[in-house]
Design a protein around this ligand. Structure first.
Ligand SMILES: Nc1ncnc2c1ncn2[C@@H]1O[C@H](COP(=O)(O)OP(=O)(O)OP(=O)(O)O)[C@@H](O)[C@H]1O
Ligand SMILES: [Mg+2]
Length: 469
């Protein structure tokens, strides 16, 4: 029979006999260390890991709530149980808000105490396990490798290295599929918050009223349907980084609240009446031209400057074509499916590379990834050759002119203006549908949503333009 490992507790109380009392109440299988003040508890927690911390609330130097706040900033996984003579509901609520796991009166029986301690320990080991698995998944997905040897990417990475260790807000700008989210994860991983959570959220996904409670949380019953209280993403990201994607899409009323939160570093949950301090680094991204939104008055200028303490522009793939060979090899090896029943190509012929290098990549790296994946499935050898690649239309740099159908004018002088315009509209429509399909990984349903048309219309249009789904 195996014996359960000894559970290690830290008891924080300015009355010296309390740790001994708790050790006696818990009995065998528990080791109890004592700290006579919050300051000495913080010093001990700096050096050693405990399975659970029991703390009094009213202490002379730093109180229990402040202790929880400071300790959880360094290590959000060690659970805290508040253990106090005061039985006030307000202090219990305040302690839970700072992340205490449970709340016990000093009059608790030994079985109540043991049950609370064991529950907290189990919770702590689960949250450590989740964090470990999360970082393993991250490694396995390879999301942390930013590939690029071009001059422009090396300059960008040197900026990232300088800005990552600070707590400055970073605004990541760039076209769709250029790697904005990957960069945000990389900044988090390179920062002192790397062991804290990385919470990514797409701000365009929710209506303003829901977005507010998603970000700042809400109290139970704050609005119809709010059956349970919600902590909100700012608190979920505590000790870590909150990545606000598609920031250009947030409504003016949420912009006002977000600005306040960034200025004051505290949030007020929807329906709540008090403020809660937050400890979060905010990174934001958009593929919109935020400056022109500011100029048009649809994005607050002061919020723009708060978010863009350091702006980072991720260049489109067509401005760093020299990275295509390295990126392709990386993307191919990352997509290699375990147990794939045929050989998965890891190389590209020079003809295939030349073809990739001459295409303007409107969907950037995500589009490159899709094209390579498809080619890898179609290829028969261990090298992708030109014929494995789909017909990539080379539209050159003067895409706007091509789209407007202007080159056709030369071939057919004297055409009616109406015809020229109709041709141009058709060309733009075809291109918009193709681009949307590429952006959406080939899914007509998602592309239809992106273009704000019905599913039936996109299928009709695809047929009309000879686009194969
Ligand atoms: N420099 C890079 N090295 C390796 N992989 C990259 C790089 N940049 C992007 N990728 C990969 O390309 C894909 C798209 O990247 P990501 O989702 O970060 O782009 P995004 O700019 O956030 O796109 P969107 O604007 O559409 O949300 C991901 O699979 C990502 O891992
Ligand atoms: Mg993104």
């Amino acid at each position: 029979m195996t014996t359960a490992p000894t559970r290690h507790l830290l008891v924080v109380d300015d009355q010296a006999q309390v740790p001994r009392l708790i050790a006696a109440l818990l009995g065998e299988g528990y080791r109890v260390d004592g700290a006579a003040s919050a300051a000495s508890a913080l010093a001990v927690l700096e050096d050693r890991l405990f399975d659970v911390v029991l703390t009094d609330l009213a202490m002379t130097d730093i109180d229990g709530i402040e202790l929880i706040r400071r300790a959880r900033r360094r290590d959000p996984d060690t659970p805290f149980v508040v253990f106090t003579a005061q039985a006030s509901v307000e202090s219990a609520v305040a302690a839970m808000r700072e992340g205490a796991f449970d709340y016990l009166r000093k009059t608790a029986s030994s079985s109540e105490l043991r049950a609370a301690v064991d529950r907290a320990i189990q919770h702590g080991s689960l949250s450590r396990e989740v964090r470990r698995l999360r970082s393993e998944v991250e490694r396995a997905r390879g999301t942390s490798d930013v590939i690029g040897q071009s001059r422009i990417m090396r300059d960008l990475m040197s900026l990232v290295e300088r800005v990552a260790p600070s707590d400055a807000s970073v605004l990541i700008l760039g076209e769709s599929g250029t790697g904005k989210e990957l960069l945000a994860r990389t900044i988090h991983r390179m920062s002192h918050r790397r062991d804290g959570p990385f919470v990514a959220f797409d701000c365009s996904a929710l209506a303003p009223s829901l977005l507010e409670s998603e970000l700042f949380g809400h109290e139970k019953g704050a609005f119809t349907g709010a059956g349970r209280a919600r902590r909100g993403l700012f608190r979920e990201a505590s000790g870590g980084t909150l990545f606000l994607d598609e920031i250009g899409d947030i409504a003016p009323e949420v912009q006002n609240k977000l600005l306040r939160v960034l200025q004051e570093r505290e949030i007020k949950p929807v329906g709540g009446d008090s403020f809660v301090k937050i400890d979060v680094r905010v990174l934001a991204a958009t593929n919109k031209d935020l400056r022109s939104l500011v100029a048009r008055g649809s994005f607050r200028e002061d919020l723009f400057f708060r978010l863009a303490v350091v702006p980072i522009h991720v260049p489109p793939l067509r401005e760093r074509r020299e990275d295509i060979p390295l990126l392709s090899a990386h993307l191919l090896s990352r997509r290699r499916a375990p147990g794939h029943d045929k050989r998965w190509p890891t190389r590209l012929s020079s003809g295939a590379l030349a073809k990739l290098a001459s295409y303007p990549w409107p969907g950037n790296i995500r589009e490159l990834e899709n094209v390579l994946w498809r080619a890898a499935i179609l290829s028969t050898g261990d090298e992708i050759v030109e014929q494995d690649l789909p017909a990539l239309e080379t539209r050159g740099e003067s895409r706007a002119l091509l789209l407007a159908g202007l080159p056709a004018q030369g071939k057919a002088p004297g055409r009616k203006l109406k015809e020229i315009v109709e041709d141009a509209v058709r060309a733009v429509e075809r291109q918009a549908i193709r681009d949307a399909l590429i952006q959406c990984g080939g899914s007509p349903t998602r592309a239809a949503r992106l273009l704000c048309i019905s599913r039936a219309s996109i299928y009709n249009k695809m047929k009309e333009h000879g686009i194969v789904g």
